[in-house]
Design a protein. Sequence first.
Length: 144
Amino acid sequence: MKLTTYTDFGLRALMYLASMPYGQRTSVGEIASHYDISRNHMVKVVAQLVGLGYIHAVRGKGGGIELGKPASDINIGQVIRALESNLNGIDCHSPGCKLIKVCKLQAALKVGMEAFLTAMEDYTLADLVSNRGEIIAILGIPAE
């Protein structure tokens, strides 16, 4: 099972925000900079996470982004389901597989994908940042 870069960036953004001191906001550019990834890609992911309510954005002076709800209320399986555009595993129609009418691979992959997502639903964002001090040290997140 391989998640898209889009989902990876989304999970990283959430982990960054969950590691920040309570009540502190940051910018999309700061998150992208700390991870050494494209700001433009991060903007797209964060926009979707704002729309889903996982991130809260505040405009203007003193604005920025922060978690939209407590980390303990953000279910990782649900985040992955929301961000992943294709959970089918493979595209049987491209480049036109000759086995499409009799193949059982797609069904097997679907079972495996569902098992993976069910396992991810056992985790919250709080679980992923339970080592908050180490995350802060590695990423250089500003202290309170």
